[in-house]
Design a protein. Sequence first.
Length: 248
Amino acid sequence: MKKLNLVVLASGGGTNLQAIIDHIEAGKLSAQIKAVISNNSKAGALERARNHNIPAIHLSHKHSSIMESALLGKEAAQDTGCHIEVIDSRGVTMWQALVTIAAARSAGTGYGLHQVVERVHDAISRARGLGLLGTMRYAVKGGRLGNAIFRVESLLDVKSLLTVHDGELRPAGLVRTWEKGVERLHEFIRAKPDIESVAIAHSALPNDARKLADYVTSLFPNLIPKIAQLGPILVTHTGPGTMMIATI
């Protein structure tokens, strides 16, 4: 029987990839994996591929499916005379929302496209985010972070903090308790006296999110933080009991 040539796309730990590899090596599947491709440089799937001498290819976020689709849409619209700018927000969840709102506000004041784009890039350069996770288990399983930090978290019984850097989630420290983590979120806000807008995202923590919003308003009476629940895709990687704050 002719072998089936496969290319596997993955962004997480690669458990499905491993199942395919195991079936091939056991002779249960007549196939050969030609390459494993991921837009996440830290994806466990890439490491699994390397362990089995399979070409492992990392595509940067600039060439991810979403960005590529947007660029293709821009190209298709050029023939219609419609000018489109594609911008990478370099963030996730409410970070993206704040950048989008900044663009809408600039457009609403009557700025032209070029000026709006400049202001959006300025907002992206000033955007910051910090998240508090109840556990790193889901981020590690999803391939977003290495397993070593989860081992440390488990051994020390601590909570983890994450920040966003160049579009990727990065470890930002460990705290002993949830309360200590909330204090770090407070410090994050106090360290930014020139905040223009704030957003808070959470998974199953509406009361904690409201308390954090009230704290922000106590420092900046003219600011009303936007609150939203994390979507199912992000919750898959962060797990329940997560709270994130983003500012511009």
